[in-house]
Design a protein around this ligand. Structure first.
Ligand SMILES: [Zn+2]
Length: 338
């Protein structure tokens, strides 16, 4: 009896999906129903099947609804983008016609066009583009700003386009270049060097800015001093970057070294700059006396000494803590590995 029951269970469980879909013969249906009335186990299997199927159906349904919703939202956004683009054409057309009729040339119309492109970069582009929205917004925005500069400069006839452009690109790069480089595809060699490319790009534009701004006014002494100071100040920035990006010693130890770098450069950057710019040999911290806070020089050296001491203590503590934690973790891994 128990043997036949087990056999029946197998047969019934094979039939349950068909039974649920109402796709089995009347004879099988009768047999399944008779068995379910008796067998607790198969009844439970059948309940599970019903619930699972219901879940699946609900999931399918909600997926369909979400997809349709997303699609209709995208279409609505696209339409809104096209409408805004159309509206932006109105001021362009008006200034174009006024320019033609009034005989005042088309410079104003060009400036208005570039300005509308900037508005479009912030409104139309995110609405109509499907992917890499941020990158497209940023690039269109930058092109629009440069076009505005170009046409305004043409109207004024002062030849200052480059003077405005270089610092603008530098300023925008510091904020936006990381987003752009994240969103674009780079050649295989550069794929894992996006941070390095960002640092090189920003450094390049920093120096271009100094050269262009000073060169434009013919201030070559200022250009020399600016470049020296920028070079000295970029050393700690690059050191911090290289430590953070490439030194494989754990976060705590890295922070320790970075604290050292910051402390050392706070204390000596001024002296180093003075030496390279004017040839002045001075060591500000040699005037330190923590019991006297009177002259500017004395206050500076006291602050530098404190920065050195604090960064030395904090940096070393972090470095030691990091190395200890790493050793402990390695030992643990070694133990669990065995
Ligand atoms: Zn059964």
């Amino acid at each position: 009896m128990s043997n036949t029951n087990i056999d029946n269970c197998d047969i019934v469980q094979d039939l349950l999906p068909l039974y649920y879909d109402d796709a089995c013969s009347p004879a099988s249906r009768k047999m399944v129903e008779a068995h379910l009335a008796e067998c607790e186990k198969c009844r439970r299997t059948y309940e599970d099947l019903k619930n699972d199927t219901l879940d699946e159906i609900l999931k399918e349904d909600s997926r369909g609804v979400l997809e349709r919703h997303e699609k209709s939202e995208k279409t609505a956004a696209y339409k809104a983008g096209v409408i805004i683009a159309g509206l932006l054409l109105i001021p362009i057309l008006i200034t174009f016609i006024v320019g033609l009729v009034g005989g005042v040339g088309l410079d104003v119309s060009a400036v208005v066009t570039a300005s509308m492109l900037l508005v479009a970069a912030l409104t139309v582009v995110p609405l109509v583009s499907k992917e890499r929205r941020l990158v497209k917004c940023i690039l269109t925005g930058v092109i629009a700003i440069l076009l505005i500069y170009f046409f305004v400069d043409r109207m004024n006839g002062q030849g200052e386009f480059i003077l405005w452009t270089v610092p603008t690109i530098f300023g925008l790069s510091v904020v936006f270049f990381p987003f752009v480089i994240r969103g674009v595809e780079l050649p295989a060699v550069l794929v894992d060097k996006k941070a390095l490319v960002t640092m090189l790009w920003d450094t390049l534009w920093l120096f271009l800015t100094i050269v262009e701004v000073c060169g434009h006014s013919g201030d070559f002494e200022g250009m020399r001093e600016g470049c020296i100071v920028a070079a000295v100040l970029m050393v700690p920035v690059w050191l911090v970057f290289l430590v953070a990006r490439y030194l494989n010693i754990g976060v705590l130890a890295k922070s320790g070294i970075i604290v050292w770098i910051c402390g050392v450069f706070t204390a000596f950057a001024n002296d180093i700059c003075l030496f390279f710019v004017y040839g002045t040999k001075q060591l500000t911290i040699s005037h330190a006396d923590l019991s006297v806070w009177i002259t500017g020089e004395n206050v500076n050296s006291n602050v530098y000494v404190i920065a050195l001491i604090v960064s030395g203590i904090v940096g070393t503590a972090l470095l030691v803590a990091g190395l200890v934690r790493r050793t402990v973790e390695r030992t643990k891994k070694g133990i669990s590995g065995n």
